[in-house]
Structures are given as C-alpha cells and as structure tokens.
Design a protein around this ligand. Sequence first.
Ligand code: THU
Length: 130
Amino acid sequence: MNDRELIERAVDAARCSHSPYSGFRVGAALLTSDGRVFNGCNIENSSYSLTICAERTAIFKAVSEGESRFEAIAVVGSADGDFSVPCPPCGACLQVMTEFCGDDFRVVLSDRSYKLSELMPNRFTADNIK
Ligand code: THU
C-alpha cells in the first residue's frame, strides 16, 4: 500500500463522517505493520466535547482488534469536498499516536508525509511517568 493509495482510503473513510455541526468531514486510514488498513472518520455529537476525531477512531478500532504496531496514517479533511488541502492531526490525536507509535511513524498529508517526531517533538510518553 503506497501513500497515494492510503490517501484514497482516507478519502473513502471521510464519506462516513458524522459532522452535522462543523460540516468538516475528516477521514483517516491507518496502516499496520503487517499491511492491514483501518479506516476512521470524525464522529460528532450534539454534546460537542464528545466528538471523536477520525485518527482516534481508526487507532481505537485497530487496537480493539488486537493491532498495536503501526507504520503510517493518512489523514484528509474538507468542508467542501476538496481533500487536497493538508489536514494535520490535532494535538490530542498526536498524543494518542504517541502511545502506540515510534518516532518514525509517518503521517501522510496530501502529497507529503511527516514523521511523528516532526509533528510533535518532545512529546509526553510512558517514560515520563517512570
Ligand atoms: N477533526 C478530526 O477528525 N481530526 C483532527 O485531527 C482535527 C479535527 C474533526 C473534529 C471535528 O469533527 C471537526 O474535525 C472540526 O473540528
């Protein structure tokens, strides 16, 4: 699965977005180390703070099915159907990635990818609570 295909899977995932409040559809496609892909979308709630982002939906789906080794995640978002504008993960999602993913985990946005360590340097990890 190359990055372009992973982005396409993320765009597919955004179709399931439940985002009646923001109107912003987000899709994520998470690639495991053994080549499986888990999709996620943002799921909003009338009690706004209960909204979950697409990235966390994908990660929690995967972990709940026994996966915990990940290579990359593609993320797309759009209010108007144009998913070509980069949509970086929020800080909460980067923190959840930190729980399961190493420095080299790749976040694919539009036509380039970033390492997790680039997007969130000096992040809080399990080592900080030893
Ligand atoms: N959203 C995500 O799904 N992922 C992010 O990393 C940032 C924001 C969603 C949450 C909400 O449904 C909408 O985008 C607008 O904030």
